[in-house]
Design a protein around this ligand. Structure first.
Ligand SMILES: *Cc1c(COP(=O)(O)O)cnc(C)c1O
Length: 430
């Protein structure tokens, strides 16, 4: 769709990247359930392997169903290309892989999904990488944490679980001044509520497992490239700017320009790390994205109503939802995600850790699960589950203190959800 930018979000979420199947005319994108693709002849095969011609070789690298999803998400995010991966966590590694190396570090927000905190504080050390955790309310501290070995800045647009909104424009200024990319995890906001590239992000990552698929059927992730970063401006990013031995000395940035990061993600990242999304999962995610804006509007409407109700409940100590005028994030929300603060927030109960345990056990319509961004409403006590590997100090910094439950508001009737919360709060206070 060469005229894609003239269409609105609701149109693009259905059409971007898709066209009737050239072989059959099928209107819905077929699931290309195939591992390999027949080469026209030996010369064609050689050109594909040399990256001289773009096409399909083997589904660890590229697959037509996955390619439609990549183009759709890149379009919705305002990027030039995207690489789908097997999970959100895979996408984070795939985003960092071309940038980092032994001894290099990434400056990250203290307010992240619990699994991301563990990935960054523990697991990436095995690669010789490290992360510096900083409070992104203090952009001077973020700037001060950047050193000669820093290769990226990483934060979430609306941070999970606390519903905290990051000042992306300010974070992008720090990254620009340092000559390094800003990577934004846009899982909780989705491109419908926030487009980080419009605020200066270089790369956007998602757990597609959440709102993009939207109904709890898929594990998937994606890295979107803005195409705006000059990888050759310094010698900091040799994977993209220097000759690549595995492709006869090809330089990705010189050869592919704005698409350098995307081509590297496929030709090196997926080829050698193998964190590939399967076509069936891509199909479910494409189906989900067709209704993304409709779902996000309802998630926001329900969350605003329920957060406002909870805030006045006598058993509740605090509600952190940037959509509430009382939230310290509210002003940032009006700039970064003006259509709403999403469907995710936390509630601190006066009845403490024990009250939280009784509360989640008493809920009937809400499911107690380690997931978010589903059509159905979900709840989790982070301190005893997703954030239990963290110290209490890390839990508090991440918005997951022992008396806090995380709520992911679905698209059911808000009044039914309120009735369920009401009876569970009564059970929590006895
Ligand atoms: C779930 C989640 C992840 C990890 O994604 P997976 O698909 O579970 O690997 C990363 N970031 C955020 C904000 C998430 O909610």
């Amino acid at each position: 769709m060469s005229d894609a930018p003239t269409f609105g979000f609701d149109t693009l979420q259905i059409h971007a990247g898709a066209r009737p199947d050239p072989a059959t005319g099928a209107r819905q994108t077929p699931i290309y359930q195939t591992t390999a693709y027949v080469f026209r002849d030996a010369e064609h095969a050689a050109a594909l392997f040399n990256l001289q011609e773009v096409g399909y070789i083997y589904s660890r690298l590229t697959n037509p169903t996955v390619a439609v999803l990549q183009e759709r998400i890149a379009t919705l995010e305002g990027g030039v290309g995207a690489v789908c991966c097997s999970s959100g966590h895979a996408a984070q590694i795939m985003a960092l892989f071309p940038l980092m190396g032994p001894g290099r570090n990434v400056v990250v927000s203290t307010r992240l999904y619990g699994g991301s905190i563990t990935q960054f504080s523990q697991t990436i050390k095995r690669f010789g990488w490290s992360a510096k955790f900083v409070d992104f309310d203090d952009m001077d501290a973020v700037a001060a944490a950047v050193d000669d070995d820093t290769r990226a800045i990483f934060c979430e647009s609306i941070a999970n679980p606390g519903g905290y909104v990051t000042d992306l424009d300010a974070a992008a200024s720090v990254a620009d001044a340092a000559g390094i990319p800003l990577i934004v995890d846009n899982t909780s906001a989705t491109p419908y509520l926030c487009r980080p590239i419009d605020h200066g992000a270089t790369l956007v990552v998602h757990s597609m497992t959440k709102y993009l698929t939207g109904n709890g059927t898929v594990t998937g992730g994606v890295v979107v490239d803005s195409g705006t970063f000059d990888w050759s401006a310094s010698d900091k990013f040799p994977s993209l700017s220097a000759p690549e031995p595995a492709y006869h000395g090809l330089k990705f940035h010189e050869t592919f320009g704005a698409l350098a990061f995307t081509f590297h993600g496929i030709a090196i990242g997926l080829r050698d790390l193998g964190m590939t999304l399967n076509p069936q999962a891509a199909h479910y995610t494409l189906m989900g994205i067709e209704t993304l804006s409709l779902r996000m509007e309802r998630h926001v409407q329900n969350a605003e109503k329920i957060a406002a109700w909870l805030e006045t409940h006598p058993g509740v100590q605090a509600v952190t939802y940037a959509g509430l005028p009382s939230s310290p994030s509210h002003e940032k929300m009006t700039r970064i995600c003006p259509k709403g603060a999403g469907g995710l927030f936390t509630v601190a109960l006066k009845s403490g850790y024990e009250g939280c345990v009784k509360f989640v056990d008493a809920l009937e319509l809400f499911s107690h699960v380690a997931n978010l961004g589903d059509t159905r409403s979900l709840v989790i006590h982070s301190a005893s589950t997703t954030h239990r590997q963290l110290t209490e100090e890390q839990q508090v910094a991440a918005g997951a203190a022992p008396n806090v439950v995380r709520i992911s508001i679905g698209i059911e009737d808000a009044d039914d959800l309120i009735r369920d919360l009401d009876q569970a709060l009564a059970a929590a206070s006895v």
